[in-house]
Design a protein around this ligand. Structure first.
Ligand code: FEO
Length: 395
């Protein structure tokens, strides 16, 4: 499928994928690879997972006749969803030179163990490869999202092949963003950012976005999901905003429950937050794909967590959700805890530790023995009011 003159999508789709880094992409995903064809040579940018490689080969051969004609194979990133078929691609294209950042070359050689290192060439910022009428330039983007990550640019087409950056899990028929359901792809973009790209230090994202803005792409083609051509400015601005540390006056509430008491408390907290005029989105941890709550946590000034005590500690399904919080970029957030207990308690202590590790300012913990009494409800209402004021004021 043609992306623009001389550049083709030769990727693969994996609609049955339901386990991606333990997340559950409900639409599966695509592994986008691109073929850049000039008058003097052809380059394949990224590959796919090994079991889908035959599909990629067929798409390449549809354009250039024979896979062995490839002059270059670019490895933008070492993760196996994009590099998994590299060894086989090198075997089928014995004349192709493999291009990657220095760390990317080291990673590929280590991952496969037995590839001929003389076929690899490390590239750095500003390096260019002339394909005849079209060229490749390289923009290393370390820690967006791995140390060896880079984008490949085709300046003659104002095209940026950005690998995981700007990706989304989407496998519909659309190739471009303006052909896809907008609300879905923007939500998937945010889920992908929050769960894969966002890290404790957002500096590398800011740097990469600034470099891309300077390049001035007309098309951003990531390695998952649709290609951005209408929404280029929009997605660059969104990445810039998400990396800025901004939070909004809203609350993400994550809870779980054993016998329904903490669930009742979660319902009350959500109602009270609504009464305080705050938008709140509620997730039950054990039945929710983490990408969903991570997307909302990303820019929420308020984080409310409901967990009962189990074996003198926090209920494990909630601890699972909170582990992700520690990986996220630190920003000004306020935390509210709540939960029921049967005898000794312990969830409160564990939650405080999670909040502290995530840089979240804890407003308090509302607890109730077995079921919340009238007095417990009054105490909870007051604490939620205090929390809401902080979220509204501090966002
Ligand atoms: Fe799509 Fe980081 O791999």
């Amino acid at each position: 499928m043609k992306v623009v003159e001389g550049v083709y999508w030769v990727g693969t789709k994996d609609p049955g994928l339901r386990d991606f880094h333990s997340y559950t992409p409900y639409l599966g995903s695509s592994y986008n690879a691109y073929l850049v064809v000039g008058s003097k040579g052809a380059a394949l940018v990224d590959t796919t997972k090994p079991h889908l490689f035959g599909d990629l080969v067929a798409r390449v051969e549809k354009v250039i006749g024979d896979f062995s004609k490839l002059n270059y194979i670019v490895v933008n990133h070492n993760e196996p969803d994009h590099m998994g078929a590299l060894a086989e691609a090198m075997r089928l294209a014995p004349g192709a030179t493999v291009l990657a950042t220095k760390k990317g070359v080291e990673g590929a050689l280590k991952f496969f163990g037995s590839l001929p290192s003389e076929r690899f060439q490390a590239v750095k910022a500003g390096d260019a490869v002339d394909l005849g009428g079209l060229s490749l330039q390289f923009l290393p983007t370390p820690m967006v999202h791995w140390p060896e990550s880079m984008a490949t640019l085709v300046p003659e087409r104002r095209l940026a092949l950005t690998n995981d950056a700007f990706g989304q899990h989407y496998t519909g028929e659309a190739l471009f963003d303006d052909e896809a359901p907008r609300e879905i792809i923007l939500r998937e973009l945010k889920k992908y950012y929050a769960s894969i790209v966002d890290m404790v230090n957002p500096g590398p994202v800011k740097k990469a976005v600034a470099a891309l803005k300077e390049f001035g792409p007309e098309i951003i083609a990531p390695s998952h999901g649709v290609i951005w051509r209408k929404g280029v400015k929009e997605v660059l601005d969104l990445y810039e905003r998400w990396a800025s540390g901004e939070t909004l006056p809203k609350v993400t509430l994550i809870y779980d429950t054993m016998y329904g008491s903490t669930e009742r408390m979660a319902q009350a907290v959500a109602r009270w937050l609504e009464e305080e005029g705050l938008p709140v989105v509620v997730y039950k941890a054990s039945v929710t794909d983490p990408q969903e709550y991570l997307a909302d946590l990303l820019d929420s000034a308020g984080v409310a967590v409901g967990a009962p005590t189990m074996h003198n500690g926090i209920y494990p399904p909630v601890a699972f959700a909170l582990e992700y919080l520690r990986h996220m970029s630190k920003r000004r957030r306020f935390g509210l805890g709540f939960g029921s207990y049967g005898w000794g308690g312990g969830a409160e202590r564990d939650l405080s530790r999670y909040f502290s590790d995530a840089g979240i300012e804890e407003v308090g913990f509302w607890k109730a023995k077995f079921r919340p009494s009238t007095e417990d409800l009054e105490a909870g209402r007051a604490l939620v009011r205090e929390f809401a004021e902080k979220v509204k004021g501090g966002a």
